[in-house]
Each structure stands twice: as structure tokens, then as C-alpha cells.
Design a protein around this ligand. Structure first.
Ligand code: KG4
Ligand code: ZN
Length: 338
């Protein structure tokens, strides 16, 4: 029995979790910085790193409350080493390495992307490789095949803006608050997606959302006068229809990419992971396109950034590669999915 303390600080959530043998989630604590970054409409790296520094000891202490012996009951530490914002990653990796050294515990550095992939493996105990994973977050949109634990093949990768980034930028253009994904998702439910024809990008081996973002910018620029009220807010039905048309373009592109990955790999199972996997339209689209396959979509709390997924991915990484040396670098450009 291995009980792991997992730590995640790659972007704007300070998170810690206790995970036993990879799949038994004992606790998961997430302190979100959303309110802190809302005034600037996006994550400010320096502010994020400082907030991690302030929050991490409390978040770790809360996660450990579930164990009678606290830290004494921990057998190893898993920490996100990248990708992410370097200042934020350094807070988590330095804290974890210092803790491991002080308590003589083994440590493993984990890819945040593998973390998202393994959130599905954690949530669905019947999911095992091979499976296709659509990883859609604020920083990434990738379609990969997990061939085995420790072995992944990329099918489509982000060429420009990631899916979540596209949601956040479109929301900003529409005068909506950050993060844009949940707000657009809610508006889209009551909107008419056929009112505006926004471009659906179709690339053989990539994903791209910058053309769509530009189309939203021009659509809003060219709206007739009277479309905005005195406070600069879009007329309610107009906002819903733009949101629905935008969401349709995003989820169609993602759904088609996932289908290509399934065709290319023949994998019998699919995982939809990352912050954008919380999107209700995308969840429905993936289920519709993957009928007859096993579909694993984690609950909302495991879709957005959390440390439980880092514990699950870390446990599998240790099973394949063993624990890391005590000192390793944070690396913002890690591209490991398994
Ligand atoms: O995975 P995540 O928490 O952080 C990163 O690793 O980037 O993803 C955050 C992203 C944000 O861009 C946010 O707008 C998006 O996930 N998001 C959503 C929804 N909930 C969060 N996008 C679309 N629909 C949602 N319901
Ligand atoms: Zn993430």
C-alpha cells in the first residue's frame, strides 16, 4: 500500500491531494485564484506564483487532515514539474523537494498533461490503456492515444490557441468575465447556434482556434449599433446566440479530431479530460460521436486543475520509471501524456 501526497501549482489553482495506490482518493483540496485574476481577465504569472506561496502550506495541511498520522502516514510525494508557468511550478517543486528531503520521502515529478489524462483513469476504475484522450484545457488542446502506461502517441496538437484559451478570449471580446468557458457554456444552452456561421477549422493533424477567435472579433465589431447597452453589455439574446454559435464551432472541431484519433488507433475507449471537458456541449458531443465505445469523462472537480490527478499519474509513472532523484528541475515545456 502506497500513500502519496500530491501537489499541483502549475497555473492558477493551488492544490494538494492524498491518493492511495493510484486510484483511491482520500482527500483533494483546491484553492482557486480565479477571483484574484478576474480584474485582469487572465492569469497574471507573478500574482499567481505569490498566491501559491501563501496558500500551499494551508492546502497541504488540509489535505493531510484525512490521515491519522498526517505526514507520518505518507510514503511518497508527487508534484507537477510542467508544463505551466515557471514561477508557479517553482513554488510547487521547491516545496515538494524540500519536504521530501526533510522527511526522507521519495519524490516523483509529474507532467501536468499526464495528470489530466489520468484524471479519467482515476475517475473510472475500469479504464485501462489503450484509450484515446482528448486533452482540452486553458493551455492545451491535444488528441493522443495512450498505448500503455508510460507510452503515448500524439495524433493532433494545438497549432495556436488552446480550446480553453479560445473560450477565455471570446468571452473577453463579448464583455464577459474570466474564465470564459463556464459563462459561454451557460449562455450557449439558451442560444441559437445557427444564427451566426462561424468557421469550423479542419486540419489533418492539428487543432486551431485562432481563425475562430478572429471571426468572433469581426462579428462583434460589425454588430449594428444598439447591440450593446450603456454598460457595454451585449443584448442578452445576442450574447446567447453568439455563445451557441461559437461553442458549436469549437465542439465540432474537437469532435472530428477525436473521431480521427479513434479511427487511426482502433482504441476501444475514450477519455475526455482537462478544464474544457467540464463543457456540457462537448460532453454531449463526445458521447454522441463515441457510441459503442467506453467513454470516461471525469466529474467536474477532476476536470479543472487538481492534485488528485497528479497523484494518479505519479503513481503510474513510478510503476514504469521508478521514483526520481531528489533534485529535479521544473520544466515548463514537458510534453508527456502518460
Ligand atoms: O485545465 P484547466 O483548469 O487549467 C489549465 O490547465 O489550463 O482549464 C482551464 C480552462 C479555462 O480556459 C476555462 O475557461 C476552461 O478551462 N473551462 C471551460 C469550462 N469550464 C472551464 N471551457 C468550456 N466550458 C466549460 N464549462
Ligand atoms: Zn490543467
Amino acid at each position: 500500500m502506497t500513500t502519496v501526497l500530491a501537489i499541483e501549482t502549475s497555473c492558477d489553482e493551488t492544490a494538494a491531494a492524498v491518493v492511495r495506490d493510484g486510484r483511491e482518493l482520500l482527500s483533494s483540496v483546491v484553492s482557486s485564484q480565479i477571483a484574484l485574476h478576474q480584474p485582469s481577465g487572465g492569469v497574471v504569472p507573478e500574482i499567481a506564483a505569490r498566491a501559491h506561496l501563501e496558500q500551499l502550506p494551508t492546502v497541504v495541511a488540509q489535505a493531510l487532515e484525512v490521515l491519522p498520522g498526517g505526514l507520518d502516514d505518507i510514503d511518497g510525494i508527487a508534484v507537477t514539474r510542467g508544463p505551466g508557468l515557471i514561477g508557479c511550478l517553482l513554488v510547487g517543486t521547491s516545496y515538494a523537494q524540500a519536504l521530501a528531503a526533510a522527511r526522507d520521502l521519495p519524490i516523483v515529478g509529474v507532467s501536468h498533461l499526464a495528470g489530466h489524462v489520468y484524471s479519467a483513469w482515476l475517475a473510472d476504475v475500469t479504464l485501462e490503456p489503450p484509450f484515446c484522450a482528448l486533452v482540452v484545457s486553458g493551455g492545451h488542446s491535444e488528441c493522443v492515444v495512450i498505448e500503455a502506461h508510460g507510452r503515448a502517441r500524439e495524433i493532433s496538437a494545438t497549432r495556436d490557441d488552446a480550446a480553453g484559451e479560445a473560450y477565455d478570449k471570446a468571452a473577453r471580446l463579448m464583455g464577459l468575465p474570466y474564465p470564459g468557458g463556464p459563462v459561454i457554456d451557460a449562455l450557449a444552452k439558451e442560444g441559437d447556434m445557427s444564427r451566426f456561421r462561424l468557421p469550423i477549422t479542419r486540419l489533418e493533424d492539428g487543432l486551431s482556434f485562432s481563425g475562430l477567435k478572429t471571426a468572433v472579433r469581426y462579428l462583434i465589431r460589425d454588430l449594428p449599433s444598439g447591440s450593446f447597452d450603456d454598460q457595454g453589455q451585449l443584448a442578452p439574446q445576442l450574447a446567447r446566440d453568439i455563445a451557441a454559435s461559437f461553442q458549436h464551432a469549437v465542439i465540432t472541431q474537437l469532435g472530428e479530431a477525436l473521431e480521427r484519433a479513434i479511427d487511426a488507433s482502433g482504441a476501444p475507449a475514450v477519455a475526455l479530460v482537462g478544464g474544457v471537458a467540464a463543457n456540457s456541449g462537448l460532453r454531449a458531443e463526445v458521447k454522441r460521436r463515441c457510441e459503442g465505445l467506453q467513454v470516461a469523462i471525469p466529474p467536474m472537480a477532476l476536470c479543472t486543475d487538481n492534485a488528485a490527478m497528479i497523484g494518479a499519474a505519479g503513481w503510474n509513472r513510478v510503476a514504469v520509471h521508478g521514483w526520481d532523484a531528489h533534485a529535479f528541475d521544473a520544466d515548463p515545456s514537458v510534453r508527456e501524456f502518460a
